[in-house]
Design a protein around this ligand. Structure first.
Ligand SMILES: Nc1ncnc2c1ncn2[C@@H]1O[C@H](COP(=O)(O)OP(=O)(O)OP(=O)(O)O)[C@@H](O)[C@H]1O
Length: 234
């Protein structure tokens, strides 16, 4: 679970305030205009930035003072940050052991995870020998191998074409089922992908202005929010 209690944070002249509670295994999509504070929200949860005030509770543990690596969180970015001089297997292994000296059991874990993300047989390739979707699968595998219960995705599939984006969403959905993950994902899209999420947060100007079922965004009383987002549900 994720609780942000009266969280305040400020860049030079941009303030955010977040107050949310997300229960374990929820799947939350975060949308909002560019510069609204969506990445800031995930960065606060991941521990890359620290609130000026307020409490962050992750899986019932007070997390304000925890370094990113000690939080029960893994995060995937749009630029997957794979190392070009390392193979797929080695890139994934980094999530497990920075020394890359793996036991036989750990090597097997990597083989298993490659199968999970549909990349069986790709372990010896280098990132440049993969498509954009395959590279994102490797980055996703590196997150999953850490076995952290909270998965944060910062627009990881935005650069992919629609068919591949849906494929990746379906894969993430399956993975969340299998590993009982709590998911928060930033997206620029709110279309058929709605069905994968149990909740939608709309962030605008550093605040959450909508927190509800994705389908409620289609209701007439929320038409101003849908319009602000530029979504056309007709
Ligand atoms: N390191 C920083 N220093 C100063 N201002 C920043 C910094 N990072 C972000 N901001 C500002 O904070 C605001 C929120 O940024 P954030 O990246 O959270 O928005 P976003 O909703 O994720 O945007 P986008 O959809 O364009 O990625 C923006 O106005 C941005 O310019």
């Amino acid at each position: 679970m994720i609780e942000l209690n009266h969280i305040n944070y400020q860049y030079d002249n941009f303030k955010v305030h977040f107050d949310i509670a997300i229960v374990a295994k929820e799947r939350v999509v975060i949308v909002g205009p560019s510069g609204a504070g969506k990445s800031t929200l995930l960065n606060l949860i991941a521990g890359f930035i620290h609130p000026k005030s307020g409490d962050i509770i992750l899986n019932k543990q007070y997390a304000n003072n925890l370094l990113p690596g000690k939080r029960p969180v893994s995060m995937l970015f749009q630029d997957n940050n794979l190392f070009s001089h390392l193979t797929v297997e080695q890139n994934i292994a980094l999530g497990l052991k920075p020394s890359l000296k793996l036991t036989v059991a750990e090597q097997q874990t990597i083989c298993d995870i490659l199968i999970q993300v549909g990349l069986d047989g790709f372990g010896k390739r280098y990132p440049e020998q993969l498509s954009g979707g395959q590279r994102q699968r490797v980055a996703l595998a590196r997150c999953l191998i850490q076995h952290r219960p909270i998965l944060l995705l910062d627009e990881p599939f935005s650069a992919l074409d629609q068919a591949l984006r849906y494929e990746m969403l379906a894969l993430v959905n399956q993975i969340c089922d299998k590993f009982n993950l709590t998911l928060m994902m930033i997206s620029h899209y709110l279309d058929d992908s709605l069905s994968y999420f149990s909740r939608c947060l709309v962030v605008d100007n550093g605040q959450i202005v909508f927190n509800g079922l994705p389908k409620q965004l289609k209701q007439p009383e929320n038409s101003h929010i849908a319009k602000m987002l530029g979504f056309n549900f007709q």
